[in-house]
Design a protein around this ligand. Sequence first.
Ligand SMILES: [Zn+2]
Length: 684
Amino acid sequence: MKSGWVDRDAEAMVADGAKVGIDPDLSLRTYTTRLLGRDPKLVLHGGGNTSLKTKMRDLHGTEVEVLRVKASGADMASIEPAGFPALRLEPMRKLRALATIGDEELLGIERANLIEPRAPNPSVEVMLHAFLPHKFVDHTHATAVLSVIDQPHGEEISAEVFGNMAFVPYLMPGFGLAKKAIEVFERAPSCEGLILSKHGFVTFGETAREAYERMIAFVSRAEDFIARNRKSAAASPSARRPPPVAEVAPIVRGACSQKDDRSDGAWRRLVLDFRSSDAVLDFLDSKDLPRLSDAGVVTPDHTIRTKNWPLVLNAPAPARMGEFTQSAREKAQEFTKRYGDYFARHNKRAGGNKRELDPLPRVVLVRGLGLFGLGRTKEDAVIAADIAEVWVECLRDAEAIGRFESISEADMFDCEYWPLEQAKLGARKEPPLLGQVAAITGAGGAIGAATAKCFAAAGAEVALLDVDRTAAREQANAVGAHALALACDVTDGGSVSAAFEKIAEHFGGVDIVVSNAGAAWQGRIGEVDEDILHKSFELNFYGHQRVAQAAVRIMRVQGTGGCLLFNVSKQAVNPGPNFGPYGIPKAAALALMRQYALDYGADGIRANAVNADRIRSGLLTPQMIASRAEARGVSEKDYMTGNLLGREVAAEDVAQAFLHQALALKTTADVTTVDGGNIAAAMR
Ligand SMILES: [Zn+2]
């Protein structure tokens, strides 16, 4: 590993900071923290923290010694100087006299000693930084270091590999570990860093560069040691011809879902993120996989993201997917049972006042295929998959030089259920569609885009499909970083299948489909060209059928129900003159919705439709509004509000109707009218 320090960049940071009154030490603290944070081999998703001891003026103008430490949960890769809350150092150091202190009490003392009262909470490892005397302290969970120290004889190996480092035996992160670390340091005051057994690494120095480059030097030693001592791996890769990820993912997703007892028909679902590489596949082929998969996390704080062990599934064979589904479901059930037992056992030991987290796996290993990270959101699934990949790498290297060993199950439980660790995940209010995946066709248009935004705001992960890829991309960007944009022409069966395969690959499956793509054709029915009718049927009827068919296939594999929503238009029940080519396939689409409700109700799949009218969109353009209003001799405003309520109907109103139907678990074969009131178009 090479140092990322560049003099020019460091100087620029200091110069930019000086312009806004930031102390050079804090600028350099920020600079090297970012250098550490940008390398996933050093720091991953909030693991790791850094600090600086300096002087500053408090709110009274008095100069005081302070500890500036990374805020809890802050991302080191993009941290700003404000991401290092400042605490009065002396009162924090005095705490060393205490034998122990409760989490709440410690947090209270921390907040009482913040120089800026509104600053974020300091890192959970703040006391480690406070007790050590050095100006700059860096702490990481570097993968190569973990491979060396997560061993039965970690202390002996560390002495050989790292030289001038002191070894701190395992204790849970927090106050106890901080006290132990300073005791160890005081017995070896000339050391250049501390090894925290089964957890990570601390380096320090008088300058930001010294602490950072010591970290890089020690990580390099670990990397060299692994490279030199690697036993030649006797890999015997299985002949791999696995089925596509898109086939396997919905099976895994369905197996790792849980009925939600709060409402009949509700499920607690997870979103998936798939990874595979030669390293992952070799690991999955290992004859030691049963032992390794149960061996535990590589550093304690990973347990809140991945749980302590993954769910392991056998290699799926393309011709025997039914068998794979059966065994995946059984193994997932065994997993949740085992997790429940683990919780009960350790909760009893810890005093019985913890609340069990959901027992579903967060990492699934599929032999011969790869691994899935799972989470309630795509973001959480990505984090779990990132950590799982590092876990594989770390275990492979640990086994290449010896034998991997983690902390005990009791220690893992104490970290998983430590309120300060859980606080990193934030007190989340669960939005109603959390964990669900929604696919929306025609998502580049007004109603589709409004629906995608509305469903994402309700917690769903969304895939935006449109024949115009650019339009889908633009709307997806407006929805958020994890929204998926796909080109999809619903008049082409191959295009629809390919889009749904991508959705299954990307999110693990699909739960809600809003079949919205459509276009209007006109013509007097007795005289219209048959080609026009064919075109309209291709899009306004067969398009819905293709989309629904592709979705139902995935939903049935998942086995957790689902919801099909169709944009049918008021034309289905209240035809307009010369609008037959549009209205007739829409009437057929209404019948299609009812047929799906009938044929798949027993699978828990609901089908509903929205009849909307007079929405400003690609169908009803400003020019069209102008010409229709003129034809009727009314103003444009009167034309748009020409309904019983006298209100203009917007795309967002249609989106709300779809959301209502997605949430109404006891409603199927329903048509909701969104037209401001039009008795001639009312359902009867
Ligand atoms: Zn740590």
